[in-house]
Design a protein around this ligand. Structure first.
Ligand SMILES: Cc1ncc(COP(=O)(O)O)c(C=O)c1O
Length: 426
């Protein structure tokens, strides 16, 4: 599919008007981009018995969840509060159908209570969690997350399949967990795995078909099985906005996986997928102001650097500081200026508060049209794990999120204030 360009990205006048009204930094979402991505995923599930979920941790605002809900996409949540946010956005509780699935490595805070009260499908990722559910008096169906031993993330920290991954139940422990669930009279109705968000498209395709084969081998041991989830991981190309991602090739794969599993089980098995980033990544831009441009000089420790200082930091977009992730950077008002290598750095009292870095080196100067104090700068593709990972470190309030639809802009989360921060103190 071709993703439409974000309408605000090339509209410096609109961005200045919004900056004057809401201050910087701020997030701006483009509804058209989001809907194009949702449609692309939903179109891969057109075969009978294939259902898409949204891994809502990628961006959990009600506004985004409502878009998913109206497209018929179900939810994968990862905390009690995510379940409650999905409920707030209009998703149904209960198991018929299990619109909300709750995938967890650990039951924390209100997680167990929420599973019991809302009757959502718990997707357990460790042997002890079966006992946790039993002790809490849970009697409903469960899903079992397995670690299939293959797949990878975009960086090692995000590995979700293999010996170094904490997620899921290792293959050799599956039967023991099945027996524990049977002894606790908890029906395992779904088998699940997420093999990572690192592979590029062809590798993902191969991994998903290998995963189907793995599930086909173990599925007959699960007499109550109703569904199999292949997880998320549809890649987003952070480097190239115009890349054509052949998501529609997944339709045939999902249809044939669903048929294969149904044939083996002798009844209809629902096939599920649960991407996160692919739906939302390109739909939001982080808009920040260049507050200064300054230089260091070359000495015995290394080369001199030009820093474009901006008012957004890793409190707003953590991925570059956390994983060395690449986000495109543009300066809409700078067309025609000569390019120069710059490091884009934020306001936090942390040397690592830079947006231009990779996972091996701290600074990765980027060729940008020579930034000037006062420019608005855009960090692209921040819709997934952007605002959702933001914090109020340094007591900076989280930036507001704005929604652009048919030329109109409305805020859907406001800027976090000192009152919000102090409200938690007792
Ligand atoms: C269980 C599970 N499902 C889905 C996802 C979504 O992955 P992505 O956003 O890469 O599609 C993740 C991400 O880590 C995950 O852990």
């Amino acid at each position: 599919m071709k993703t439409p360009a974000h309408a605000a990205a090339t509209d410096p006048n609109l961005l200045e008007i919004l900056a004057a009204e809401y201050g910087t930094p701020f997030w701006i979402w483009d509804s058209e981009v989001l809907r194009a991505r949702i449609d692309a995923v939903v179109s891969t599930t057109e075969g009978t018995g294939v259902q898409a979920r949204y891994a809502m941790k990628a961006s959990s605002a009600t506004k985004v969840l409502q878009e998913m809900k109206s497209a018929g996409v179900w939810i994968d949540s990862v905390s009690g509060n995510e379940v409650l946010r999905a409920r707030h956005a209009g998703y149904s509780a209960g198991h018929h159908p299990p619109e909300i699935c709750f995938t967890a490595d650990v039951f924390r805070d209100n997680a167990l209570a929420t599973v019991l009260e809302e009757g959502v499908l718990p997707n357990v990722g460790s042997p002890g969690m079966v006992a946790d559910l039993q002790r809490a008096g849970y009697t409903g169906p469960i899903s079992l997350r397995i670690n299939p031993g293959f797949g990878h993330g975009h960086v090692n920290e995000c590995d979700t399949g293999g010996p170094s991954s904490k997620h899921g139940v290792w293959v050799s422990e599956i039967q023991a967990v099945r027996e524990a669930a049977e002894a606790a009279e908890l029906k395992i109705v779904m088998l699940h795995a997420h093999i990572g968000s690192g592979p590029q498209f062809d590798e993902l395709h191969d991994n998903l078909s290998r995963l189907t084969d793995e599930f086909a081998t173990i599925a007959p041991d699960f007499k109550d099985l109703e569904a199999v989830s292949l997880g998320g991981g549809i890649p987003h190309d952070y480097q190239d906005p115009d890349s054509d991602i052949p998501v529609d090739r997944l339709r045939d794969l999902f249809t044939s996986s669903q048929q294969k599993l149904s044939t083996i089980m002798g009844r209809e098995i629902r096939l599920e997928i649960e991407p996160g980033r692919f739906y939302v990544a390109p739909a939001a831009l982080l808009v920040t102001r260049v507050t200064d441009v300054k230089k260091t000089q070359t000495n015995e420790k290394g080369p001199g650097t030009t820093f474009a200082m901006v008012d957004a930091g890793f409190v707003d977009l953590a991925r570059p500081a956390m994983y060395g992730s690449y986000h495109r950077i543009t300066i809409p008002a700078a067309t025609g200026r000569a390019e120069t290598p710059v490091v884009v750095a934020g306001p936090l009292c942390e040397s690592g508060d830079v947006f231009t870095r990779d996972d091996s080196e701290m600074l990765q100067p980027r060729d940008l049209p020579s930034p000037q104090t006062g420019d608005l700068m855009l960090l692209h593709d921040g819709g997934a794990y952007g605002y959702a990972m933001s914090s109020n470190y340094n007591s900076l309030g989280r930036a507001p999120q704005l929604w652009l639809e048919k030329g109109e802009v409305i805020p859907f989360t406001r800027r976090e204030t000192i009152e919000d921060i102090l409200r938690l103190e007792v």
